[in-house]
Design a protein around this ligand. Structure first.
Ligand code: NAG
Ligand code: NAG
Ligand code: NAG
Ligand code: NAG
Ligand code: NAG
Ligand code: NAG
Length: 445
C-alpha cells in the first residue's frame, strides 16, 4: 500500500522480515486469546456463542463479545481521514494519528510541498515501524505531495486529491474527514464510531451559511492567483486589482475548511457525472480561502444533497472577537469548555501543548507514544493493551459518546436541522448587505 503512494520506499526488501514479525505477533495474540477463552469459559460457560467477525485478523474474542453483544449495536462504520501538515509537522501528524487510530478506518497522511521529500520518507518509515499499521495496512503517506495554501485554492485540489486516493484505497469507508496537523480529537474513536453507527450514512456535517457578511468584500469578490497551482517553489498568493460580481447561476455558501463528508457526496464531487462540482471548482480557483466555501456551495446547490447537510462540523473552535476571522489557539484554559461542547475534534493546538497531554490522560486514556486503546485492544498488559488485537467491530464507548450523542441529538432535532439546512431566507442584515453591494457595484462601474 505504502509503495503505491510513495514509490521511493523500498518495501520489497523488508517483506520477509515483516512477515516474520507479523507471524510472531499473530502467534502471541493466539496464545493470549486461548488464555482469555479458557478464562472466560470457566467463569461464564453459558455464553459461548461464536461469531465469524469481520476482523481483518480473523480473530474474535468471546471475552469481549460478552461485554458488548454485537446483536444490540449496528456494525460500526469506517472513517477515511486525510491529515495535512507542512514543513516540520511530522511529529504532530504522528501524534494525531496515534490519537485517532482505529483498525477499521483509513488514514492518508500528507506533508505538503513546503516539507522536503526526506521528511515524507521519514514519516513513511515511522508509519512502517508500527506493527499494527503494517498488519492492517490502513495508514498511507502521500508520496507526490501538493501545495495547500489555506488562503488560496490549492487546498481544494489537495483535499480532493486526498479523497480520490482514499476512494481508490478502500471501498468500505463511510465518511471522509479532513484534519490538519493542528487538530486533536476530543472523544475516542470508539465513541465516534459508536455514535456514527446509529446515523444515516448520507449525512454531511458541514458548517455553512449563505449570510456572507464581511466575507463578501474580503473573500467573495476579490480575485486571487494561487501560485500553489502552477509554481514548484513556495511563493505568495497575489491579488488582482479588479473585483468580480457575485454569481447568479448559483448561490454561494461559506463556512469552515474542515468537514465530515459522506462517501456518496465525495463520489459525487470526484466521480459524478453532474457538472456542478467541476463548474464550482473552476469558479473557486481564484477566490481567497475557497476551501471554506467549496463543499458548502456544492452541497447546498445540489437537490440531491442539500437535505443531507447538518450545520456543524463537530469541531470545536474558539474565535477571536467579531468579525471572527481567525480561530484562537486552544490551551488549558479552554479545556472544560471544549470538552463540554460535545465536539469530536478541537482546532487549533500548538505542538506538544500541555492541554494535549491532559486530553490524552483524561479523555483518550492514551499513554505518550502509544496508540489510543479501544475495544479491539485485548492484551492483558497494563503497559499497552493494543499489542494484541481482537474483533475490530467491538467498541468500548465511554463518556465521550454521551457528550457527542447529546450534541448530535440537538443538531438533528426537529427545529434545528431544517431551519439551519442550506437556508436561503434573507435576514434583515442580508438585505442591507445586498443593497450595499448594489451601491458598491454602481460605484465600481
Ligand atoms: C529537510 O528538511 C529538514 C527539516 O527542515 C532538514 O533538517 C533536512 O536537512 C532537509 N533535508 C534535505 C535533504 O534537504
Ligand atoms: C461551526 O458552527 C458552529 C455552530 O454554528 C459554531 O459553534 C462553530 O464555531 C463553527 N465552526 C467553525 C470552524 O466555523
Ligand atoms: C485506561 O487504560 C488502561 C490500560 O491501559 C485500562 O486498564 C483502564 O481501565 C483504562 N481506563 C479507562 C477509564 O478506560
Ligand atoms: C417537526 O417539524 C415539522 C415541520 O416544521 C412539523 O410539521 C412537525 O409537527 C414537527 N414535529 C414535532 C414532533 O415537533
Ligand atoms: C450598509 O450601508 C449603510 C450606509 O451606507 C450602513 O449604515 C450599513 O451599516 C451597511 N450595512 C451593512 C450590513 O454593511
Ligand atoms: C488541504 C487541507 O488541509 N484542508 C483543510 C483540512 O482541514 C483543516 C481544518 O481542520 C484546514 O485548516 C485545512 O486547510
Amino acid at each position: 500500500m505504502l509503495s503505491a503512494t510513495l514509490p521511493t520506499t523500498a518495501t520489497g526488501t523488508t517483506t520477509s522480515k515483516e512477515a516474520r514479525n507479523l507471524y510472531c505477533l499473530l502467534a502471541t495474540s493466539l496464545l493470549s486469546l486461548l488464555f482469555i477463552l479458557s478464562f472466560s469459559s470457566s467463569t461464564n460457560p453459558a455464553s459461548s456463542s461464536s461469531s465469524s467477525g469481520s476482523s481483518p485478523f480473523a480473530l474474535s474474542s468471546h471475552h469481549l463479545q460478552q461485554q458488548q453483544p454485537n446483536s444490540l449495536t449496528p456494525t460500526p462504520p469506517s472513517i477515511a481521514y486525510f491529515i495535512t501538515g507542512s514543513n516540520g509537522d511530522s511529529e504532530r501528524i504522528l501524534r494525531l494519528l496515534f490519537a485517532i487510530y482505529h483498525p477499521r478506518n483509513q488514514y492518508l497522511l500528507h506533508l505538503d510541498l513546503t516539507a522536503n521529500q526526506s521528511q515524507r520518507h521519514q514519516l513513511a518509515l515511522s508509519v512502517q515501524s508500527v506493527p499494527i499499521f503494517r498488519a492492517v495496512q490502513n495508514v498511507n503517506v502521500v508520496g507526490k505531495a501538493d501545495f495547500a495554501y489555506s488562503r488560496g485554492s490549492s487546498a481544494i485540489s489537495s483535499t480532493l486529491h486526498g479523497a480520490a486516493i482514499l476512494l481508490r484505497f478502500s471501498s468500505s469507508w463511510d465518511w471522509f474527514i479532513n484534519l490538519s496537523a493542528a487538530d486533536y480529537p476530543l472523544v475516542t474513536q470508539d465513541d465516534l464510531l459508536h455514535i456514527l453507527s446509529f446515523l444515516p450514512k448520507d449525512l454531511n456535517f458541514v458548517n455553512h451559511t449563505s449570510r456572507i457578511g464581511w466575507r463578501e468584500s474580503r473573500r467573495m469578490k476579490p480575485i486571487i492567483v494561487d501560485p500553489g497551482l502552477y509554481l514548484s517553489a513556495k511563493s505568495d498568493i497575489f491579488y488582482v486589482t479588479q473585483k468580480r460580481e457575485l454569481p447568479q447561476a448559483y448561490r454561494l455558501f461559506t463556512g469552515s475548511a474542515s468537514a465530515i463528508l459522506s462517501r456518496k457526496f465525495v463520489e459525487f464531487c470526484i466521480l459524478g457525472s453532474d457538472n456542478l462540482p467541476r463548474v464550482l471548482l473552476m469558479f473557486f480557483s481564484n477566490m481567497p480561502s475557497s476551501l471554506a466555501s467549496y463543499f458548502q456551495t456544492v452541497l447546498c446547490n445540489s437537490q440531491e444533497f442539500k437535505k443531507t447537510t447538518v450545520n456543524h462540523n463537530l469541531q470545536y473552535v474558539s474565535w477571536d472577537k467579531p468579525p471572527r476571522q481567525e480561530p484562537c489557539i486552544l490551551t488549558l484554559n479552554d479545556f472544560d469548555e471544549m470538552i463540554h461542547s460535545g465536539a469530536a475534534f478541537g482546532s487549533q493546538f500548538l505542538q506538544n501543548d500541555p492541554v494535549l497531554d491532559r486530553i490524552d490522560e483524561e479523555i483518550l486514556n492514551r499513554t505518550a507514544g502509544k496508540i489510543i486503546p479501544g475495544g479491539w485492544c485485548i492484551s492483558d498488559s497494563n503497559n499497552d493493551p493494543c499489542t494484541v488485537w481482537g474483533d475490530t467491530a467491538v467498541l468500548r464507548p465511554g463518556p465521550g459518546a454521551k457528550r457527542l450523542e447529546k450534541r448530535i441529538v440537538e443538531l438533528l432535532s426537529n427545529g434545528t436541522l431544517h431551519v439551519n439546512q442550506c437556508s436561503e431566507t434573507l435576514t434583515e442584515e442580508d438585505s442591507q448587505t445586498a443593497q450595499n453591494v448594489t451601491s458598491d457595484q454602481n460605484s465600481v462601474d
